[in-house]
Design a protein around this ligand. Structure first.
Ligand code: VG1
Ligand code: CO
Length: 550
C-alpha cells in the first residue's frame, strides 16, 4: 500500500449549509466529489498551524447514520485520513455513529475532531440525500469561519493525497493498520451511554419501567435505533418493542426521518388510539432531533425547551441549576419567560447548532434548543434526541405527572406561546430569492404599520454578534415583531437539496388560561394572513398553502 497523489478538479457548490454539505447521493457518487471536499477540509485544518501539520499524529472520529453510501464514504475517508497524517481513527462499528455520539466520542477521547456522515432529516437511499459535516475538538459543528474557508479551498483544489490500500473491515471490533494510521473500530453506543448514565437517574427510570410505565420510541429506521434499544430496553428494562423501527436502513425503509407530526404519523396515530402508551417520541436520521408526544398530545419543540429549563433541577446532571439557556431566533420565546423567572441569561442565536458552541464552551449556557425538534445541553455539542427522551421520561418519573399535565401546567404558570412553522418546499430558487430580497427592501416601511389589531414595532434582517468571539453573522432571517410580542419570521432553509424551501415561523403569546386551548393553526390565522400580505407567497409561488405545517 502506498500514498498516492491524484489530480482532481474543483466541483461547484461545495459550500456547507446550516449543517454541513448536503447533496443528492448522485452528486456525492461522482468520481472524486467526496474526496475533493474532504481533502479541502484536511488542507484547511493543516493550515491552521504554522508548520502546516496540524493533523499529524492526531485522532479523528468517524461515523454516520448508516444511510446509502455511508460505508463507501467511510472507506474513502479512512484512506484520505491515512494519507494526511492522522495517527488514529475511532470508527463506529459498521460505520455507524449518531451525531450526538460522534460529539460524545470526540470529547471523551479528546480527539482532534470528527466527521459525521449524514443528511440528518433528509430522506436517504440511492435517490435520496447524503451529507458530510466536520466537528471540532469541542465535539461541536465547525464554525462558519471554518466552513467558509473549506468551501474556498474546494474551489481551487487540484490534487489530493490518498492511500491505495484495500478496504478495511468496518465491522470487526479492534485495531487495523492503514499506512501509519491505526483504525480502531469501537462500539457505537458505549461512550454515548456512559454520558447518559452520568446525567440521569437510571435507577429511577428502571423503577418506572418495572412498575409498568409504557412508552413508544420511534427510531424511524434510522441511526437512533441501536442507541434507544441498548439504553431503554437493554439497560432500563423497558419492554422489548418499546423502540420501533429500530434497525437503521440505508433508505430508512422509505420513511422521511424527520420527526414531526406529519412524517411520524404512525406514532401520532398510536398515541391517540385507545390504550395508547403514556409517552411517545421519535428521532430523526442521525438521532439528534426529537419529538415528544403524550397521550393525544404533541409537545412543540419550543415548549419542550421551556419545560426543560423550568424543571432541569429535577435531573441529577442539572441539579445545581443552569448557567443560562439559548434558543435559535425562530424558536418561540417560551424559554425566555422561564429564564427570566429563574434569573438566568437567555441568548438568541441564528439557526443551526454551530452557534451554540461558543456559549456552551464558555459556560454561559447549560441548555439550548431549536424549534426544529432539537434540544440539547452542555453534555455534548450537538442536539441530542435520546437525551431529550431520557429527560422527558425523568420529568414524568420525578413529578408523577403526564406529558399533557406538565405542559398545561406550564402554560398556566408562564402563558402559552402558540407556535407553528409553515414550510413551502421545492420553490424555484430565483422565486425564493426574489421574495426574500423584496421583503428586505420593504423592511424600512414596516415599523408602525398596522395589521388588524397589531402594529409592527420591529422589522429587520436578524444579525448576530457572538458574545464570546464577537464574530458577526448577518442575514439570518427576516423578522416582524408586533406590539403584543407576536412574531412572523421568514428565512430560506440551508439544508435542502432541491430548489429552495421557504420557512415561515409564526408565534403569538396567550396569557389567559381560558384561551389556551384553541387549535394552533386557528390561533395563528391572523398572523398567517399577515405573512401572506407582506410576502405574497401565493402569488409568487402558486402555493395557496404550505407543503408542511407543524
Ligand atoms: C434545519 C433546521 C435547523 C437545524 C438544521 C439541522 O435547518 O431549521 O434548526 O439546525 O436543520 O438539523 P434549515 O436551514 O433547513 O432551516 V439536522 O437534525 O437536519 O442536522
Ligand atoms: Co438531525
Amino acid at each position: 500500500m502506498t500514498i498516492q497523489t491524484l489530480l482532481s478538479q474543483p466541483f461547484a457548490g461545495q459550500r456547507p449549509g446550516t449543517s454541513g454539505l448536503r447533496k443528492k447521493v448522485t452528486a456525492f457518487t461522482q468520481p472524486l466529489y467526496l474526496e475533493n471536499f474532504v481533502q479541502a477540509l484536511f488542507d484547511e485544518l493543516n493550515a491552521s498551524t504554522a508548520d502546516g501539520q496540524a493533523l499529524t499524529g492526531q485522532t479523528l472520529v468517524l461515523g454516520g447514520d448508516g444511510r446509502f453510501f455511508n460505508r463507501t464514504a467511510v472507506q474513502i475517508i479512512l484512506k484520505l485520513a491515512a494519507a494526511n497524517g492522522f495517527a488514529r481513527v475511532l470508527l463506529g462499528q459498521g460505520g455507524i455513529l449518531s451525531t450526538p455520539a460522534v460529539s460524545a466520542v470526540i470529547r471523551r477521547h479528546q480527539a482532534f475532531g470528527g466527521i459525521v456522515l449524514s443528511a440528518s432529516h433528509n430522506p436517504g437511499g440511492p435517490d435520496g440525500d447524503f451529507g458530510i459535516k466536520y466537528n471540532a475538538g469541542n465535539g461541536g459543528p465547525a464554525t462558519e469561519t471554518l466552513t467558509e474557508a473549506v468551501y474556498l479551498r474546494t474551489q481551487s483544489l487540484c490534487q489530493l493525497r490518498i492511500s491505495d490500500a484495500p478496504d478495511l473491515s468496518l465491522d470487526l471490533m479492534g485495531v487495523q493498520p492503514l499506512e501509519q494510521m491505526q483504525v480502531e473500530v469501537i462500539d457505537s453506543v458505549a461512550d454515548y451511554a456512559a454520558v447518559m448514565r452520568e446525567l440521569f437517574d437510571f435507577d429511577m427510570l428502571r423503577g418506572m419501567f418495572a412498575k409498568g410505565f409504557s412508552a413508544r420510541v420511534d427510531a424511524m429506521n434510522a441511526v437512533g435505533g441501536p442507541y434507544a434499544k441498548a439504553i431503554l430496553e437493554g439497560e432500563l428494562g423497558a419492554p422489548s418493542g418499546t423502540v420501533v423501527n429500530a434497525t437503521p436502513l440505508e433508505d430508512f425503509g422509505g420513511l422521511h426521518p424527520d420527526p414531526n407530526p406529519v412524517n411520524a404519523e404512525d406514532l401520532i396515530a398510536c398515541m391517540s388510539a385507545p390504550g395508547a402508551p403514556e409517552f411517545g417520541a421519535a428521532m430523526d436520521g442521525d438521532a439528534d432531533r426529537n419529538m415528544v408526544v403524550g397521550r393525544n398530545f404533541v409537545v412543540t419543540p419550543s415548549d419542550s425547551l421551556a419545560l426543560m429549563t423550568a424543571y432541569a433541577r429535577l435531573i441529577p446532571g442539572y441539579s445545581a441549576g443552569l448557567s443560562g439557556v439559548a434558543r435559535s431566533m425562530p424558536t418561540s420565546c417560551a424559554a425566555d419567560r422561564v429564564a427570566k423567572a429563574l434569573g438566568i441569561d437567555c441568548f438568541e442565536t441564528p439557526t443551526g447548532w454551530k452557534f451554540f458552541g461558543n456559549l456552551l464552551d464558555a459556560g454561559r449556557i447549560t441548555l439550548c434548543g431549536e424549534e426544529s425538534y432539537g434540544t440539547g445541553s452542555n453534555h455534548v455539542r450537538e442536539k441530542d434526541g435520546l437525551w431529550a427522551v431520557l429527560f422527558w421520561l425523568s420529568l414524568q418519573g420525578a413529578t408523577g405527572r403526564s406529558v399533557e399535565e406538565l405542559v398545561r401546567d406550564h402554560w398556566q404558570t408562564y402563558g402559552r406561546n402558540y407556535y407553528s412553522r409553515h414550510d413551502y418546499e421545492a420553490i424555484a430558487v430565483d422565486v425564493a430569492n426574489a421574495l426574500m430580497s423584496d421583503l428586505r427592501s420593504a423592511l424600512p416601511g414596516l415599523p408602525g404599520q398596522r395589521f388588524g389589531a397589531r402594529s409592527v414595532v420591529l422589522a429587520d434582517d436578524f444579525a448576530y454578534t457572538d458574545p464570546v468571539d464577537a464574530s458577526v453573522s448577518k442575514k439570518q432571517g427576516i423578522r416582524l415583531i408586533f406590539d403584543d410580542g407576536a412574531r412572523v419570521i421568514f428565512r430560506l432553509s440551508g439544508t435542502g437539496t432541491e430548489g429552495a424551501t421557504l420557512r415561515v415561523y409564526l408565534e403569538r403569546y396567550e396569557a389567559d388560561p381560558a384561551l389556551q386551548d384553541v387549535p394552533v393553526q386557528q390561533a395563528l390565522a391572523e398572523l398567517v394572513a399577515v405573512a401572506e400580505q407582506v410576502a405574497g407567497i401565493h402569488a409568487r409561488t402558486g402555493m395557496a398553502a404550505p407543503t408542511v405545517a407543524t
